[in-house]
Ligand binder design. Structure first.
Ligand code: BES
Ligand code: ZN
Ligand code: ZN
Length: 491
């Protein structure tokens, strides 16, 4: 899809269709031209509702406001409605600036177009695609807010990279466990490193054994697919900060011997969403030429059953030396993260350390399926992530650790237990388990994001499609962009 940003008056731009945002529910706004027709069609302009006026070549879409987080899903919904339609090859959109000199909405519109145009059809014989080739965004001044082409183009460019990387992550997550296993994730990482000039190290079984990653090895043991621990590094000159991302990359989670019930096993190809988000983030930061050193670590493992499976009752020795009593093999993500986080901390001393994981069903119960939960020891780091999520269009909510829940993951026979003795607060106890594998140097630099809800939802929501959403990518890119601007968590 080609984007073109121009000062030309919208009316004079040639396009097959104009997409028009309506924020005024009463259609009183002077910009709304087709009031009579819209009223006749009973269009009320609610968020993400559509009204197509074919003869006028205008597609109206409602939004609650002109903020990015309302514009993005509205535009995505409009674009999605054109899926499979070959009549519209070019579209035009006004820029809907709502702040002087602020190009944020150009980025939101661009992201809305590309995120809404996404479809996953790898396994469909008949492809249902978007046929739009050209998108013009007019900087025509509606509200006395002026923007230079340069500033607007930069915003458009950032939006293109962000959305393309999000779609890249969506594709990986949506791919079946038969086609995407640990070695596949390693191959994707290596290709990305080659294309985007990054460093890439992949630990195979032998190296993982040498590093004594006892919990990665245990989770991986029953699978015919050997595990991989992936490290991608993007190292610009004179970086403003160093940040490490660690992703849970369970290419399938059957639950292991603590087998999941049939209904809960479906969609567990999405248990690689954290690791896949790391790949998307690395793709984007290397394309944005961002002045921050970014490391991406992925624990790529398949959790299966078999005669050689690890068991409830086992005690594992992790790379850190700490031992873990296994009481449930389905709480495998925290086991993999324990080793990969430890490895990440040995390899890189970073200013920020953020892990992302589809870690607990409890998190989905707690905050709902559209929201990620953010946890950590340092409220300022948590706030940095929450604020970044907000501008990115992702939903995130904090959850807080406490000393009483910490006691529930104590073990009588090992250093710690992989499940809690209480059935309540499961997202927090999982986070507190992981915090046991963060060293002194990183304690205040670490945050854990449970993306179990939004990573994979089996219905369309806003700018997100059925299936993988690419959760974590947009939010973390905003974090890195803030660090690039010299905004630390303190400032
Ligand atoms: N991958 C799952 C968590 C999950 C559940 C992700 C639903 C996305 C949607 C994780 O490995 C898991 O099975 N967690 C268990 C932990 C429990 C055994 C303490 C869970 O949440 O039930
Ligand atoms: Zn599990
Ligand atoms: Zn899992």
């Amino acid at each position: 899809m080609n984007f073109n940003i121009t000062h030309d008056i919208n009316k004079e731009i040639k396009a097959d269709l104009e997409i028009i945002i309506v924020i005024d529910k009463n259609l009183n706004h002077t910009f709304v031209q087709d009031k009579k027709l819209l009223k006749k069609a009973a269009f009320e302009g609610g968020q993400d509702t559509l009204c197509m006026l074919v003869e006028k070549e205008r597609l109206y879409v409602g939004a609650d406001s002109l903020s990015g987080s309302d514009l993005r899903p509205a535009i995505a919904t409009a674009i999605r409605s054109l899926m499979g339609n070959k009549s519209y090859k070019s579209i035009k959109i006004a820029s809907y600036l709502n702040h002087p000199e602020c190009p944020a909405n150009i980025r939101a519109i661009t992201e809305g177009v590309l995120l809404g145009a996404y479809s996953f059809d790898r396994y469909k014989s008949k492809k249902n695609r978007i046929h739009i080739k050209n998108v013009s965004i007019s900087l025509e001044d509606y509200s006395n807010y002026e923007l230079s082409i340069e500033v607007a183009s930069k915003s458009l460019h950032n939006g293109e990279i962000t959305a393309t990387a999000t779609n890249f992550t969506r594709d990986i997550v949506n791919t079946t466990p038969e086609d995407c296993y640990p070695e596949t994730l390693a191959k994707i990482a290596k290709n990305l490193a080659k294309e985007n000039n990054m460093e890439c190290t992949v630990l195979c079984l032998k190296e993982i054994k040498q590093k004594k990653m006892g919990s990665v090895l245990a989770v991986a043991r029953a699978s015919r697919h050997k595990p991989r621990v992936i490290h991608l590094a993007y190292k610009p000159n004179k970086p403003k900060a160093v940040i490490s991302f660690v992703g849970k990359g369970l290419t399938y989670d059957s639950g292991g011997l603590s087998l999941k019930p049939a209904d809960y096993m479906v969609t567990m190809k999405s248990d690689k969403s954290g690791g896949s988000a790391v790949l998307g983030i690395m793709k984007a930061v290397s394309e944005l030429n961002i002045p921050v050193e970014v490391h991406g670590f992925i624990g790529a493992v398949e959790n299966m059953i078999g005669g050689d499976a690890f068991k409830p009752d086992d005690v594992l020795k992790t790379m850190s030396g700490k031992t873990i009593e296994v009481r449930n093999t389905d709480a495998e993500g925290r086991l993999v993260l324990a080793d990969v986080l430890w490895y990440a901390q040995q390899e890189v001393k970073s200013d920020y350390l953020i892990d992302m994981a589809t870690l607990t069903g409890a998190c989905v119960v707690g905050v709902g399926e559209y929201t990620s939960a953010v946890m950590g020891n340092n409220q300022e780091v948590v706030n940095l992530i929450l604020e970044s999520a907000k501008t990115s269009g992702e939903l995130a909510s904090p959850l807080y650790f406490n000393r009483y829940l910490a006691k529930t993951i104590k073990s009588q026979i090992a250093d710690i237990c992989n499940i809690s003795s209480t059935r309540y607060g499961g997202a927090i106890t999982a986070g507190q388990f992981i915090s046991e594998f963060i060293d002194e140097k990183h304690k205040d630099k670490w945050a854990h994001i449970d993306i179990a809800g939004p990573a994979f939802v089996e219905s369309i929501w806003g700018e997100n499609p059925h299936g993988a959403s690419g959760a974590g990518v947009r939010m973390m890119l905003r974090v890195v962009e803030r660090l690039a601007r010299g905004e630390s968590h303190g400032g």
